[in-house]
Design a protein around this ligand. Structure first.
Ligand SMILES: Nc1ncnc2c1ncn2[C@@H]1O[C@H](COP(=O)(O)OP(=O)(O)OP(=O)(O)O)[C@@H](O)[C@H]1O
Ligand SMILES: [Mg+2]
Length: 461
């Protein structure tokens, strides 16, 4: 069975060329204003005009904050880094909080390295190999031509071996990398097409190159600063990149690498590609992380940092103070804030429909209507979660299409937060609980109905 992620239906932000949100495109429905706002920021990132900024996507639960971030990731080019982090990942025993944030920052900065390689490209006229009397050493000559010139190259035994391995014959067009000596066969020259009649079906014919035999070619590859750090840290070795346990990296090493990269930039060998770092559930960061972010965003090598939170006014972790979204006011002041709104019933119906398509579930239209109403009354997530069980129930009664009766049955089997809250209240005397938590649970019920879940849901205390 294929695994389908919660956001696998999202293929972009669904904007047109003028960055206007389409009603329903690339798996995205509604939330037009926020999508457009995200699109404008992405445009600036792509043009390299924005870095070291912070954006906050704030709104009630299941209003598409993470979905919009996924859409942003999809719109970036393949070599612009997009790093996703959930705030709680920062708290680990192996690494300090600031180290893991620093690593995340450096993973989101790409370095586009340009390398020029010299190539010799031409049509083989003749290969001549001379063996010494004992046969131990081989020397030879290779004659290559373009339409404009012809040159003879001396060959050493290594090159001769390669030519033989690649089965290079007169009439082949070859390309030789001068630095590594690697030979690649580009095909057979058109000029020699008539000389041979026994040719494999896969033979490729190419034109004999023109101009100089020696050409330069630029190869570009993008790596992240973090990858350069890891490769250069002697204690880690590049295999740590695959294992993922990179440990802490010394600040001196980072300084060295920054200097090196700056040198490359000046020499025109490298370009910095500031990417995007997405920190989900950002209210889980604590005051130390926030003050680190404040400072780190001002560095030369800072990415665009996008954060998301569904909290209202809540306590900042690690302090006694409250602040909107649990983010200190000074950091909040530096951010561009995008807000997401609760979906209408039609939009929720459409999202359910898209998810059904994604999960390969056929659902009757009136059942989708019911799902829309249910999403409005419970929550979008709850309705999305009922798709799979409803399908299973439909299969049990051998129905090819999920209908309202299956959804109703699933609704009975699995209760939503409101009903669960009511049940918890009813049985308060029978279940274990802590006095303090009781009011919090009571308020959580209204939370799914759209209100930003205030600090009542903050259990980080
Ligand atoms: N505009 C949209 N178009 C299509 N699918 C959407 C849209 N908004 C949300 N969804 C889908 O609805 C589900 C819930 O949305 P999402 O996870 O993005 O909510 P969230 O705002 O991040 O909520 P939370 O605050 O709980 O993290 C996801 O499966 C998501 O892909
Ligand atoms: Mg989310």
């Amino acid at each position: 069975m294929e695994r389908i992620g919660a956001h696998s239906h999202i293929r972009g932000l669904g904007l047109d060329n003028l960055l206007e949100p389409r009603a329903n495109a690339q798996g995205m429905v509604g939330q037009g204003k926020a999508r457009r706002a995200a699109g404008v920021i992405m445009k600036m990132v792509q043009e390299g005009r924005i870095a070291g900024r912070a954006v906050l996507i704030a709104g009630p639960a299941s209003t598409g904050k993470t979905a919009i971030a996924m859409g942003m990731a999809k719109t970036l080019g393949s070599d612009v880094p997009f790093v996703m982090l959930t705030a709680s990942e920062v708290f680990s025993l192996e690494m300090s909080k600031t180290e893991s944030l620093t690593q995340a920052f450096r993973r989101s900065i790409g370095v586009r390295i340009k390398e020029e390689t010299e190539l010799i490209e031409g049509e083989v006229v003749e290969i001549q190999v001379d063996r010494s009397v004992t046969g131990a050493t081989k020397t030879g000559r290779l004659t290559l031509k373009t339409t404009d010139m012809e040159t003879v190259y001396d060959l050493g035994s290594k090159m001769i071996d390669q030519l033989q391995k690649e089965k290079v014959l007169a009439g082949d067009v070859v390309s030789i990398d001068k630095a590594s000596g690697r030979i690649s066969k580009l095909g057979r020259s058109f000029g020699r097409a008539k000389d041979y009649d026994a040719m494999g079906a896969d033979t490729r014919f190419v034109a004999c190159p023109d101009g100089e035999l020696q050409t330069r070619k630029e190869v570009v590859h993008t790596v992240s600063l973090h990858e350069i750090d890891v490769i250069n840290s002697r204690t880690q070795g590049f295999l740590a990149l695959f294992a993922g346990d990179t440990g802490e990296i010394k600040p001196e090493l980072r300084d060295q690498i920054n200097t090196k990269v700056a040198e490359w930039r000046e020499e025109g060998k490298a370009e910095i590609v500031p990417g995007v770092l997405f920190i989900d559930e950002v209210h889980m960061l604590d005051i130390e992380c926030f003050s680190f972010l404040n400072r780190a965003l001002e560095g030369d090598l800072a990415p665009l940092v996008v954060m998301a939170s569904n909290r209202g006014v809540t306590r900042i972790r690690g302090t006694k103070y409250q602040s909107p979204h649990g983010i200190p006011a000074d950091l909040l002041d530096r951010m561009l804030i995008i807000s997401t709104k609760k979906y209408s019933q039609e939009e929720m119906r459409e999202i359910v429909r898209i998810r059904c398509e994604e999960e390969d579930v056929k659902m009757e239209p009136e059942c989708l209507d019911l799902m829309g109403v249910m999403a409005q009354e419970t929550s979008l997530r709850y309705s999305l979660n009922l798709i799979a069980p409803s399908q299973l129930l439909a299969q049990r009664r051998k129905a090819p299409v999920v209908s309202s009766q299956d959804v109703r049955a699933a609704y009975q089997y699995y209760i939503d937060v409101q009903r669960s809250t009511a049940y918890a209240k009813e049985t308060a005397a029978l279940m274990f609980g802590e006095e303090e938590v009781v009011p919090a649970v009571a308020q959580a019920g209204s939370g799914v109905n759209g209100a930003i879940n205030g600090n009542a849901m903050d259990t980080s205390a």
